[in-house]
Design a protein. Sequence first.
Lengths: 294, 294, 294, 294
Amino acid sequence: MTQLDLDALNRAPSSEFVSALGGIFEHAPWVAAAVAGRRPYGSVADLFAAMRQAVLDSDEEHRLGLLRGHPELAGAAAKSGNMTAESVAEQGSAGLDRLPSRRVALFEELNRAYRERFGFPFIICVRRHGSDSLLREFQRRIELKPEAERSTALAEVFRIAALRLDAAVQGPDRLPVAGRLSTHVLDTANGVPAEGVAVALVELSEAGERPVVSAVTNANGRTDSPLVGDRPVPRAAYELRFSLGEYFRARGTPIADPPFLDLVPIRFGVADPEGHYHVPLAASPWSYSTYRGS
Amino acid sequence: MTQLDLDALNRAPSSEFVSALGGIFEHAPWVAAAVAGRRPYGSVADLFAAMRQAVLDSDEEHRLGLLRGHPELAGAAAKSGNMTAESVAEQGSAGLDRLPSRRVALFEELNRAYRERFGFPFIICVRRHGSDSLLREFQRRIELKPEAERSTALAEVFRIAALRLDAAVQGPDRLPVAGRLSTHVLDTANGVPAEGVAVALVELSEAGERPVVSAVTNANGRTDSPLVGDRPVPRAAYELRFSLGEYFRARGTPIADPPFLDLVPIRFGVADPEGHYHVPLAASPWSYSTYRGS
Amino acid sequence: MTQLDLDALNRAPSSEFVSALGGIFEHAPWVAAAVAGRRPYGSVADLFAAMRQAVLDSDEEHRLGLLRGHPELAGAAAKSGNMTAESVAEQGSAGLDRLPSRRVALFEELNRAYRERFGFPFIICVRRHGSDSLLREFQRRIELKPEAERSTALAEVFRIAALRLDAAVQGPDRLPVAGRLSTHVLDTANGVPAEGVAVALVELSEAGERPVVSAVTNANGRTDSPLVGDRPVPRAAYELRFSLGEYFRARGTPIADPPFLDLVPIRFGVADPEGHYHVPLAASPWSYSTYRGS
Amino acid sequence: MTQLDLDALNRAPSSEFVSALGGIFEHAPWVAAAVAGRRPYGSVADLFAAMRQAVLDSDEEHRLGLLRGHPELAGAAAKSGNMTAESVAEQGSAGLDRLPSRRVALFEELNRAYRERFGFPFIICVRRHGSDSLLREFQRRIELKPEAERSTALAEVFRIAALRLDAAVQGPDRLPVAGRLSTHVLDTANGVPAEGVAVALVELSEAGERPVVSAVTNANGRTDSPLVGDRPVPRAAYELRFSLGEYFRARGTPIADPPFLDLVPIRFGVADPEGHYHVPLAASPWSYSTYRGS
């Protein structure tokens, strides 16, 4: 999606504004319509606050409609191709379109039970969760009292909308929706940044592991861009895998055969999707250390 | 096997000596017979040196017989139950009795090709190798010239015999056949040895992973006995897995949810089966370091 | 002092027993005399408990005499040579015989004020304190109420006696009076223990620094004996100094000129004189880590 | 000195150009005069290259005059106040105006011997050296053959000029004359950047220690500006001192009394004045690690 400029949106005819932002809240263009008249907005945060307030000020029926408008997780809409483009992208980001069939069955069962209990589908900002975390949230929330769960669901609707708005509109500010995951490799045998180290990030879940991103360190020992940036870091367990043996072999640093350290895994959990996680590796062929930086 | 005392062997009738040590060299009691008359031996090392010399002094036919007397790796003898107890234990130690069928087929093909090329079965001291290392040695040695490979095979016969003699006979000394793998967990958040940390050692191979041993750290942050001791550390890639999250949770040290560090894997390779590998973990809930100690 | 055997003391004539142990409590052979009749003692701990009880059971006058019998810290008795051999050794161990004159003057002033306030000299088990810690204890205790300070002083008398008894008598057990300070140097550039590293331990105080011990690491990267062992580790700030640059230069590991790491100082405080402090250094020419081990 | 703009210099009358850059080479405005006619220069590097070439193209007499125009190190000119402002600032930066008298005497003796041997004063780019390094260079170069030393001296003249030009003129580029020294403190007990840690950098030399800079870490665990930046990092031994105990005490993290780690010193050497030295500290109350980053 090309980003729209806040200035342009402020000056656009109302119908254009609504058409541009009608999808921020799923199947609920009325939210955009409700705030079009209060333009101009000085910041994306102001615009988001107005949309959020419009939802909170709406009547129960509208709010419930908002909840009902969302597709199920890995559900029938996904399989039949009847989801909005935004929902397709969101569910795909969490790998929900590539789940093992055992887990799909589990989600289906939960979807059914949840809808029966609460009268609307389970809504969660999937970009903030890994596969295990989604499941645990599902299992936790299905036990909540209806009123509590309704406000939890609404909070998730706002998180989804904030991410969509952040992606759609460019203004003088940014909504605080992005986290960051980065790394840095130091060669402590030679006292230099380690250049050319292959790094792979995988998400670990009970359903197996899922590659997230691969990169190679540059002359500063960093990857050219953060491993995760400009978006939440999904709540999950990860493993960073550094091809350290190859690096030292290529550099001519003497190592054992097989090397004492070859592929170095660092396994860590992300609890705060909007947090900054810097996970450096300082390594020689015979030792390494890591820590959570920021 | 109960250990025999070197003193007792020195004083025993010749026939008893030969019967006790007839299996040190596979299907070749003549080696023990050849050295019985030179007793007494002051050390296990002297006894081993004499047996080794007896083999080197024997004629080509005897030496070839020695090579031919060994069973194949994961071969027909193993499957039909026609192996000596020593060979059964040795091949079992390397997991050769639990290989995936694809790898069994590969070994069978190599066994056939090797025997065709050299006229005797592939012999290797399996207690010194993990599954991948065995395969690589097989693939490397099958390319050697017959003369070079014959002396390589004989060197392996001596390694096997040394390990058997070390296990069978107790004397004032020990043959240098054992390596060691140990660990130590330090809690750097609290400045104390980490007691009660579950540690698992697994061997990693292309055919999958194989549990080696599990233990829990004691009040000194160490395991009560080395993870591997009193025997070679097979040449292989390993992963040590420390249940660090559980430890800090049990101790009441504040951690994130999910914890930043939960199960901590340290992956390393062993190149020298007779070496001492000390792989400590010094960790807080947010950082750790490790190195090869000794 | 040659150590006496507990067995021999148990069987010795009473007069010999008293003469041997008359100095355990300063100028108070009556304590030994009081417990001679209850022999035999099964352990040094039993013997010590009996002596301690004899003091607690004695009348006020005896207990006060015990306090009055001790020499002042860095005081007149020390300067005139009128101290027992035990007190000379103890005060010397803390460097009290080599204090800068400014600090001597401070101790003299405190001694005078303390004696005036409490009617007996300031008593402290000097082997458990560095120079700064002694001073802080002095300044803290001089503010206590007389009753509280009298029992603090008596507790110190017992600590002094326990150390003397531990040094004097060998039995089946040892009193828990010793701490330990040790180190270990790992070469993480080469994956081996660092052999031949010169290590110096100095005590840091406001009055300057005082060398405690120097050593060179052996093939295991350790010193042949602990830096401090068989005695308390005085409560103080220390610096361990490792000649790392020299080590790598001698080993031929490439380093910068001047080296990035040359003399590596690790500064740490000891709070528990009977504790075990293991302070290892894991280092390459460009990195190092340390932690409190045990 | 206010920085001049390269554009403005390119357009200025020749006399103004010479007057502005006449001091880049000490007492040698003829260098600036020689290159004024070749303006405009597209970059500071081009301008410097032209000035350097003008010196190399000049006759022996001019070049020797250039060498003779420099003041001695810590010499008579310094004491009598007869140095250019640039030289005063340079010699002051290395602490040459605050040397202990023993070392001043040593420099005087070397100055005399050097001038006698070579016929011009000892010239060195003092901003690139600590006090010990200056002395070692002096002692090394005084042994060189006259021809070799003359070109060494000229190379130093160019280094001095490059630093002066970099400071004086602002253009689209910068001469590669600056190094950098920075730090970063991570709190590995709490998994956050350590904010509010006092850090002091001192230069260590045989003549004693000299404070370089002090700072306090910000919310990112870094200092607001590099400890050394925008200039060479003098070749010397340094100690970075981190007030770690105070930090943990203020934060409420439990520590021992006295703390195991209080003031943490990291001692390191700088070999490459134009290099980037990042010296981070990752620490808990009981452990720390550091390495050379960049």
